[in-house]
Design a protein. Sequence first.
Length: 650
Amino acid sequence: MGENQPLWVPSQERVARSPMTHFMRWCAERYGQRFEDYDAFQRWSVDDRETFWSAVCDYCDVKGNRGERALVNGDDMLAARFFPDARLNFAENLLVRSGPDDALIFRGEDKAEDRWSWDRLRDGVSRLQQAFQKLGLKPGDRVAAMMPNMPQTVALMLAATSLGAVWSSCSPDFGEQGVLDRFGQIEPKLFISCDAYWYNGKKQDVTQKARAVAEKLGVFLLLVPYAGDSLTSTEVLDDTVLYDDFVDLFDPQDLHYTRLPFAHPLYILFSSGTTGIPKCIVHSAGGTLLQHLKEHRFHCELQPGDRLFYFTTCGWMMWNWLVSGLASGATLCLYDGSPFAPDGNVLFDYAAAEKFAVFGTSAKYIDAVRKAGLTPAATHDLSTLRLITSTGSPLSPEGFAFVYDGIKSDVQLASISGGTDIVSCFVLGNPLKPVWSGEIQGPGLGLAVDVWSDDGKPVRGEKGELVCTKPFPCQPVMFWNDPDGTKYHAAYFDRFDNVWCHGDFAEWTEHGGLIIHGRSDATLNPGGVRIGTAEIYNQVEKMDEVTEALCIGQDWDGDVRVVLFVRLADGVVLDDALVSAIKSRIRTGASPRHVPAKIIAVADIPRTKSGKIVELAVREVVHGRPVKNREALANPDALALFENIEALQS
């Protein structure tokens, strides 16, 4: 389509049968409202948050006792409390079905497959629940897991949270110190690990690392066999228990759930930790449940039996988001390993075979598929796929175009953005609205999202800080080991009084959507003009010669100059002609102010375990400052490539 035309428009039939439409009508009838369109509904959901979030509870049949009050101190971002009298249990609201239908489907590259029915899942959770009770696990105890994205991980989380324990996880590719930097802060009662995992066709043994971590944490190790050689109970150490031995003493029985306050801690997630020890972000059971139900049921139109897939590890908040799909009765399609093992078709093979309804991934993955020359639209039957979601970094217009040209022409593409801080999205897809190239469709229901200038005023047609101006249920409960809330306040509320500042550089569009221009703490300021790094990436990564890019601002001669690092395609050399071509592309596609002062080729670009490039860490290295937590990186050796670069000295 032309530049002034949307890439996708929902049909009238789809709008009419959308769960979002049904919910909007239900609210209108129940509360005597009239909503002309989604925008009016969204405004009401923000203006009357007590009623809106109560409606989500009732419409989604949340199990538990909601209590009399829906919101107290509703004008105070730090003192607000949603459903302060409620009692509920997160796991009870996820184990909503029984029977032989699939609850979990698993693939570990081309090495492993498994399939758990709802009955098998419930039985597995029951046996684990009894084993945890025998261990003495109680509400508030922390359970830490270094696990692949596999069915046992889901069952372990559900069993722990059914008793009110707090779950925290990372992926098994973390180094020993990276694991300890996270779990050492929260003092778990139990540490869980796999024996080994597959990545890119190779087995990676983690048994010794797991034992070392458990020993330093001072807890025993629950070892889950996956990719390693078969172990027997006689071959493990006294402080290690095998998964089967842990549960085999118990027969499945009826599950029971410990109902606790709405704000009771559910998950501890961790910031990336690339400039210091990771922050421990504590999320509530009630807030997480309501927010995920809202996003799944209405924004993603998730229905019972739908196949929900997200390419994620257990160290990324999208895993927590994915598993909540059980609360909508969906079947979770789990995958662990490389998305290019044995080749780049593996996830699309999975999607076609299992008939995915929702395919979630990262912007980097979409770009990698495009640059690999794959065209799933021509090679795979994706007829059941109705929604593709993309997050992790801004999806470029080129990425939008490729989804419709190369993957599926009649799919809703939802670029979504939020993060670990809220274990969900501030802005995301909307099944009732068109998809425009390069744009996120709009703010989520119940969230007072806006874009503010530096002086704290709403702005339209220009870039600013993404903020949320009113309290919302999925705000973190607290940071662990932050007794007076100083770190929590500094993270979100130092910039604007009583307003959540998310740290994204954003812009409203003429269609009521948003564009995220990158993290505002990585925003460039040459000549005092704020520039989003994503605006540069959107231009550079269109070029076949460039595989990946990273941009920073370097302090230089009393100002800041833009420096662009590029990882080039095989066989490509950064000569004068290519430098000129890159600058020309940026000048014409973005603006002359975006053109970097320096363009430097590097062999690799450092990234986090979830695939996000780490601009801040590179900026620290370039300026000769220490990077405090290299263990947070997937490829920490790459940072050395940015030390003492001669071209940066002139």
